[in-house]
Design a protein. Structure first.
Length: 464
């Protein structure tokens, strides 16, 4: 420092040695943790200068160059001791490619910052796929699958249903797992899309990868069943159906009896039926119990439908009535004549034949068949004379259908037997032809008391 008079400047100044203060932040880092395109977010961090004696604070900027061209400040002046600043997510990148940090003294901000180059992190999953293996209309279930080439900066995936609102499916999926289970019976509601978001430690992205959901509905239709077990409370025949229009994902069908159309209290009818077979055998004598419907469920590799297709049960129970055997064999303990009956009013369409038996009681104990099968439309059976009554007291008539392996009804209609016996008594004859070796005169007798059907008596025959 020189002093100066009006005459001249001194030649010998006072002096002090100079020391150039260098206080530039080092090791600047910034990773874009906003995983959407053209948006950035994260934390700018740095190491403080070794000499902070003159440092008042730090200014952080995003810029287009390391020299700070077209820079934009992040936050305000940061106090010494603070070595990180948050860049809020969803900040437009505006062609920024550098994070810069300047030290500031009480005099001014330095002109040469610490800096780091960065690029916009875009982590959008690719090839998302989902096949609905829940075969109910309006419900979905299966596996959502995706790929991601570069999972850096990704901490989790988040899977949603979207459309009329947004609903997360389950919990977050850890990075490294590229699939997520959509539970069976997940209601589709107003949702139309399945979306997969990536999530960093900072934030979930706002622009996901998504796909349009195709709801698989693979229900059978046109269930048909004609009961050919002709006993009340029992079923037997073939249950058939038309397969789903799209049976690609169907592996089997489950068939059951149930208490309602929803399948409550269901009772399985045999094993699962493989796809390609569109009928199930309902064995003869299958008890109806409290069931009111047949139900058929489609089944995929994932699960069985929760909503079946149902058919109300119609139990065919035809019974003949007015059974009568008009015994015209007038001997005691013997029967003969025409057995007649009135055909069923209900269920006659399923009857193919009738069978008649003698038995000791109404349930068919020690039964013995009378003749062969009698075709429907014929409502009688003619018995020859001299059918031995024995211990039989009842005549039974069974209906028979075309159901294989079922001989006839197990519960028949019945009528009681009435053995007609017409024996004369007090036979008298006085020979009035007086020649030896010759007879002539009147035979008289007492008419029989009627036991059985009086109409069976049509006249007398007299023999020597």
């Amino acid at each position: 420092v020189y002093t100066r008079s009006t005459l001249a400047e001194q030649t010998t100044p006072a002096s002090a040695a100079l020391s150039d203060t260098q206080s530039r932040p080092g090791s600047v880092s910034f990773a874009d943790l906003d995983l959407d395109p053209q948006e950035i977010g994260g934390f700018i961090a740095w190491n403080p200068p070794s000499d902070v004696a003159q440092v008042l604070g730090y200014d952080a900027y995003l810029a287009e160059s390391s020299s700070g061209f077209d820079r934009s400040q992040v936050g305000t002046l940061l106090a010494v001791g603070t070595n990180q600043v948050s860049v809020p997510p969803e900040l437009p990148d505006n062609n920024f490619s550098y994070a810069t940090v300047y030290a500031r003294s009480s005099l001014e901000e330095q002109t040469t910052p610490g800096y780091v180059a960065f690029s916009d992190s875009v982590r959008l999953v690719s090839s998302p796929s989902f096949v609905d293996k829940d075969l109910d209309a309006g419900d979905i279930g299966g596996e959502a699958v995706w790929t991601l080439a570069d999972p850096s900066h990704v901490a989790h995936y988040v899977v949603y249903l979207e459309g009329a609102g947004k609903s997360q499916i389950g919990s977050n999926v850890a990075v490294g797992t590229n699939q997520h289970a959509v539970p069976v019976d997940t209601p589709l509601g107003g949702f139309a899309y399945l979306s997969v978001y990536t999530m960093s430690t900072l934030v979930e992205q706002t622009t996901p990868a998504f796909l349009t959901i195709t709801d698989t509905a693979s229900s059978v239709s046109s269930i048909a069943f004609t009961d050919r077990d002709l006993d009340a409370g029992e079923l037997g025949s073939v249950l058939s159906w038309v397969p789903p229009t799209d049976a690609t994902l169907v592996t089997h069908y489950a068939v059951a009896l149930a208490n309602d159309t929803a399948g409550s209290g269901r009772s399985e009818l045999g094993a699962l039926v493989p796809v390609g077979t569109n009928e199930a055998i309902v064995p003869a004598n299958t008890p109806l119990s409290d069931s009111s419907h047949f139900v058929v469920y489609s089944r995929s590799l994932l699960a069985e439908q929760s909503t079946p297709v149902a058919l109300a049960v119609s139990d065919a129970a035809p019974l003949v009535t007015n059974i009568e055997l008009r015994d015209e064999d007038l001997e005691a303990e013997e029967l003969g004549g025409r057995l007649v009956w009135t055909p069923p009013v209900m269920g006659i369409s399923e009857v193919t034949h009738y069978l008649a038996y003698l038995a000791e009681d109404a349930v068919g104990t020690s039964r013995s068949q009378l003749g062969g099968e009698i075709p429907v439309g014929t409502n009688y059976l003619d018995l020859g004379a001299d059918v031995v009554l024995g211990s039989f007291s009842t005549v039974l008539v069974y209906c028979r259908s075309s159901l294989a392996l079922l001989a006839e009804q197990s519960t028949p209609s019945f009528g009681l037997l009435n053995d007609t016996v017409l024996n004369v008594s007090d036979i008298s004859f006085v020979d009035q032809d007086l020649d030896a070796g010759e007879l002539g005169g009147n035979v008289t007798w007492a008419a029989p008391s009627v036991e059985g059907t009086a109409e069976s008596l049509s006249g007398w025959k007299v023999y020597l």
